[in-house]
Design a protein around this ligand. Structure first.
Ligand code: ZN
Length: 366
């Protein structure tokens, strides 16, 4: 272990998170928040000022106007640890971070003005009392919903539908009237948002509660404890049928037919190298959570290793297309049916439930 690694082990990973001295002030998040507040001003939100704090995930708790930002975004080293432990980060760059803030601001507006109590709101978005299920089953490209965060997130719950609609509405240059011209139901929601936000311009919010939940200064557990409780997905069994699929992915690339002079490279290494992009894109287009795709990819890489799968180096694009399509197809199966394989040999795949833990897994924006 190098000195740097030992420093990381001893200080960052094992100390209580509250003792790491994490704040928004003095970090890149400070100017991000400042930029966001200017954006709010520009779209005419001047009477409602949200609060910001660091917690375990992106969330606005019901009935408050306080936006929680994941604590790991406050420090590059913590961001790296988070990526290493969970496979992905919610907010890779400034543009994505602003996207998350706009989404969370949708919740703030909803709670601050109690929009969810309005009949016209309920007619368009649905009732807030609908159960909030982690395992939602999105229909990709449904024209009833806008697209903003990955994973067809608007389809999760009426509150998320509103938050996503609001986020699209407030995104500078989103050009939503043209973009959603052929999506009448989504466009109606955006037009509604536009009307209601104009009407709220000069109105003080009904709710100004800024109570924090799990503020970073109260987190008594360490990163080590946090990730051992939250970093892993429910155990999933992978039937042996995937060996055949892997064989098809790499053999179809012409491993057998390419001239021997073309160097062969490891299929497992390719899977590992593309892990982050696969997690992100599979989530974006299927709604399959990265925390679930991750063990699947690890399993595929392990099997590709065992089976000594290789491909000719000049066929990498072909192999990647085959691999991506395979993973997306498995993911879609899981989103729709709750498991990668149907039939009696599905091994009783557990439903994704909240297990007793230190905090909720940060699978998606709250
Ligand atoms: Zn949300």
């Amino acid at each position: 272990m190098t000195t740097a690694e030992r420093f990381r082990e001893e200080t960052l990973l094992s100390r209580p998170i509250r003792d790491l001295g994490l704040t928004i002030e003095g970090t890149a998040l400070e100017s991000l928040v400042a930029e966001f507040l200017q954006e709010l001003h520009r779209v005419g939100i001047r009477r409602l000022r949200p609060h910001f704090y660091l917690s375990t995930q992106w969330i606005v708790n019901d009935g408050t106007i306080a936006i929680a930002i994941p604590f790991y975004l406050a420090h590059p080293e913590l961001r790296a640890i988070h990526a290493e432990k969970t496979g992905w980060v919610e907010g890779n760059d400034r543009a994505e971070l602003l996207g998350y803030l706009r989404h969370e601001m949708g919740h703030v507006v909803n709670y601050a003005y109690k929009l969810y109590e309005r009949e016209d709101w309920v007619q368009l978005f649905g009732s807030m009392t609908q159960p909030y299920e982690d395992n939602y089953h999105p229909e990709p490209f449904s024209r009833r919903y806008v697209q903003h965060l990955p994973g067809w997130y608007a389809q999760k719950h009426p509150d998320e539908d509103w938050a996503e609609t609001f986020a699209v509405w407030m995104t500078p240059g989103s050009n939503w009237r043209a973009v959603y011209l052929e999506w009448p139901e989504a466009l109606a929601k955006l037009e509604y948002c536009d009307r209601i936000m104009a009407s709220l311009r000069d109105r003080d919010p009904d709710v100004t509660v800024a109570e924090r939940d799990e503020d970073v200064s109260q987190l008594t557990y360490s990163l080590e404890q946090y990730y051992s409780a939250n970093g892993t997905a429910p155990e999933e069994k992978f039937p042996p049928g995937l060996d055949g699929a892997l064989h098809a992915v790499f053999e179809a690339a012409g491993a057998a037919s390419a001239p021997p002079s073309v160097p062969r490279v490891s299929g497992a290494a390719l899977i590992r190298r593309c892990e982050a992009d696969l997690l992100e894109n599979v989530y974006r287009w299927t709604g399959h959570f990265p925390e679930r795709t991750w063990p699947l990819l690890r399993h595929l890489a392990h099997r590709a290793d065992e089976l000594q799968q290789v491909y000719p180096i000049n066929r990498e694009a072909t192999v990647l297309i085959a691999l991506t399509t395979l993973v997306a197809s498995l993911a879609m199966n899981h989103v729709l049916r709750g498991s990668y394989f149907s039939g009696p040999e599905r091994n009783g795949t557990p439903e994704r439930t909240s297990t007793p833990s230190l905090a909720q897994p940060s699978v998606a924006a709250g």
